[in-house]
Design a protein around this ligand. Structure first.
Ligand code: ARG
Length: 269
């Protein structure tokens, strides 16, 4: 009985920052990967670890090239910039993977120290968290099926069936369309799958992940007309002194050309 309870608790700890995930990842995959092999695995769910020399980054690692799994490890632009920031500040980076729409709560409640997930700065989000300086730009694009003429431009979206990742800016923008049907998915990949299967007419998502999805799935294309310009930043708890620390590190990394170097490594011109 004790053993079962211990196993359950261990599972619960792994899941804590990812409570909203269906079955904590379903396949039992690792939901928390450490960028270094050090430090203990226990008490992952404690509040801010900053005092222990760790910084927990909340993300949703199904967003190539910003964060995605390479086997068991979460890699990508955000993972590498976060690592470089932690190196500068003298912290060990721990990445906690969760649903995108759980990130802000994880950060504002102190379960994670910061959130980095190709996250767009919006006024509404600023009500619950603080953003650091921005580190890159993005644009929302529309993915459609090759040869389908149902959605040819942004206007056509207003009366289409649209797939989005839940809680993202793509979701927020199209939610204004009264005559559209919005299907919300936990992962961008699920929205893209629905498009391939003809369940939705279009997917609205950030341009770089869109390119990755179109490269990985035959018969899809990105419309030329970009939809909405955005800027990505890191989010931290309101009033946290991490904002200043991270901004300091970011500034240096930008000046050293490190941010550009990391972006160019993942996004080929
Ligand atoms: N940029 C969009 C937003 O902030 C989408 C981000 C999705 N990120 C992710 N890691 N799934 O809402």
């Amino acid at each position: 009985m004790k053993k079962i309870l211990a196993a359950f608790l261990a599972g619960a700890v792994m899941c804590t920052s990812a409570v909203a995930l269906a079955g904590c990842g379903g396949s039992g995959e690792k939901k928390s990967t450490e960028s270094t092999a050090s430090s203990s695995t226990e008490s992952k769910a404690e509040e801010s670890k900053a005092s222990k020399g760790e910084l927990h980054m909340a993300t949703n690692a199904f967003f190539e090239p910003y964060e995605y799994y390479d086997n068991d490890k979460i890699v990508g632009i955000d993972a590498e910039i976060a690592q470089a920031i932690c190196d500068k500040l003298g912290y060990t980076l721990v990445i906690d993977d969760m649903d995108f729409d759980s990130i802000i709560t994880a950060v504002s409640s102190g379960k994670a120290d910061f959130g980095m997930a190709g996250m767009t700065v919006t006024e509404e989000r600023k009500q619950s968290i603080d953003f650091t300086d921005t580190y890159t730009n993005a644009v929302q694009v529309i993915i459609v099926k090759d040869g389908s003429d149902k959605v040819k431009n942004a206007d056509d979206l207003e009366k289409a069936a649209i797939g989005v990742q839940m809680g993202t800016t793509g979701d927020i923008y199209v939610s204004d369309f009264k005559d559209a049907t919005i299907e919300r998915y936990n992962k961008g990949a699920d929205a893209v799958l629905a498009l391939s299967q003809g369940k939705v007419d279009a997917v609205v998502i950030d341009n770089e992940p869109a390119k990755a999805f179109v490269a990985q799935n035959e018969g899809l294309k990105i419309l030329d007309e970009p939809f909405e310009n955005e800027e990505y930043a890191i989010c931290v708890a309101k009033g946290s002194d991490l904002t200043e620390k991270i901004n300091g590190a970011l500034k240096e990394l930008k000046a050293e050309g490190k941010v550009d170097e990391i972006i160019k490594k993942y996004i080929k011109a």
